[in-house]
Design a binder for this molecule. Structure first.
Ligand SMILES: *Cc1c(COP(=O)(O)O)cnc(C)c1O
Length: 420
């Protein structure tokens, strides 16, 4: 359920017609619904109420300060993957004791920053990283808390670019090597082993990969206990899918029902890292049709948003529903490619899409654009990044301004020898 619905044929976010936001803020822009964000966070939180848990919102899905502050106010922590994300999380008021740090390539500066900030733990992805964390912690006279990320070799049955838990993947430590790695970690003087992490992929639409992964991991937790390495935190990662078109992913409560017995059996404090399931359907990208181009073989709706604003269709062949902001009853349907102004054939938001006839000046809503959307935006073709707007009831707030042309060249310098 989300709060982007038609009110008398006018698509609205909560109580504000999108047409009004386009008038006030221009297009393209991202629009997020406060009620939807809140509802989705609480759905996850309540589903797992019967086990002690920390929700560490995966902020690579959406790292706007206001969104993070809202998450913090609901009790969320953060799953970070860089020093920059740590900076944002702390600025937004996320408590450091609810921050976990994943990623295969952390540099010394990031490691130091995270230890200084006293985060809950690192999710460690290799023995080389373990050495690096030990070294940095030693230099600071501290102990660093770590969870080892285990790769359970499970096929999550999702897009190959977003599956992470198979043997061939760059993520985590192979299940067969994990025990030895835990033993090495436990012996390092400046490392404190506190947890085990398993995140197997994103946009998962079935429960079974979660169950299979946890079942594998539980065996390992027991073995570790027997070896004198008790695991305090079990981090089950994120990855629960959402409906982009006709997928029917399990609801958080369905997943919780299936895995709660396993989580209880672990006797661990549970950490989870949902991203997409909280923000994905809580946001849209609002765009306007610039031109209609009919080449004789194909019809293009050329819109003012492009792959630099939303790269998911180009990168993953991802489907986003595209809805007319003003619904005209009985309008005939046609097949369009919805494309942006960027000089790349890969610049499309939808291909061969049957949709109600659109014409120049129409507003379109690209749905399910709250996750991995603005956070992946770039300035390609020197296009300023678009604003982000948060809607709460009848009020709207600009939570990130539209970039200016000056923003585009900030930090660039022409060396003196070129100016003389
Ligand atoms: C990306 C990622 C997540 C979030 O995945 P979603 O599919 O957005 O829930 C969680 N944990 C880790 C380690 C990730 O890399």
């Amino acid at each position: 359920m989300h709060h982007f619905q038609y009110h008398q044929d006018s698509l609205s976010c909560e109580d504000i017609p999108l047409e009004q936001i386009a008038k006030e803020q221009g297009t393209p822009c991202y629009i997020y619904s406060h009620a939807t964000l809140t509802r989705h966070f609480q759905a996850v939180d309540q589903a797992f109420a019967s086990v002690p848990h920390i929700i560490a919102f995966a902020m690579k899905a959406n790292s706007n300060l206001a969104v993070l502050r809202l998450m913090a106010s609901l009790g969320s922590g953060a799953d970070i993957v860089s020093g920059g994300e740590l900076f944002r999380a702390l600025k937004a008021g996320i408590p450091s004791n609810k921050i976990v740090f994943a990623g295969v390539g952390k540099d010394h500066k990031e490691i130091r920053y995270a230890i200084e900030s006293d985060i809950l733990f690192f999710n460690v992805e290799s023995s080389a990283e373990l050495q690096a964390i030990n070294e940095v912690a030693k230099g600071m006279g501290k102990q660093a808390r770590v969870a080892l990320r285990v790769n359970p070799d499970i096929d999550p049955q999702t897009h190959p670019y977003i599956s992470t838990g198979m043997k061939k993947s760059k993520f985590g430590i192979g299940a067969d090597l994990a025990l030895a790695e835990f033993e090495r970690a436990a012996a390092l003087p400046n490392i404190q082993v506190v947890g085990l992490h398993a995140h197997i992929g994103s946009q998962l639409t079935k429960i079974s990969p979660f169950v299979d992964s946890l079942t594998k991991v539980l065996g390992l937790i027991q073995t570790l206990k027997d070896k004198g390495i008790p695991i305090q935190y079990l981090n089950i990662g994120g990855g629960l899918g959402i409906t982009y078109s006709d997928e029917a992913p399990p609801q958080p409560k369905d997943l919780a029902e299936a895995i709660t017995p396993l989580l209880k059996q672990s006797q661990c404090q549970i950490v989870m890292e949902p991203g997409r399931v909280i923000v994905g359907n809580a946001g849209i990208l609002l765009t306007r049709v610039l031109f209609i181009k009919d080449t004789g073989t194909k019809k293009f709706a050329i819109v003012d948003a492009a792959m630099n604003d939303l790269i998911r269709p180009s990168l993953y062949e991802a489907h986003h529903d595209i809805l007319p902001v003003l619904r005209i009853p009985n309008r005939q349907e046609e097949v369009f490619d919805v494309v942006g102004p960027i000089c790349e054939s890969g610049d499309f938001l939808a291909q061969n899409r049957t949709m109600p006839l659109v014409k120049e000046g129409d507003l379109l809503a690209v749905m399910s654009a709250g996750a991995y959307a603005f956070t992946m935006a770039s300035n390609y073709n020197s296009r300023p990044r678009v604003p982000e707007i948060l809607v709460k009831g009848r009020e709207s707030f600009v939570i990130r301004e539209r970039e200016s042309y000056d923003d585009l060249i900030r930090g660039e310098h022409i060396p003196g020898f070129l100016t003389s």
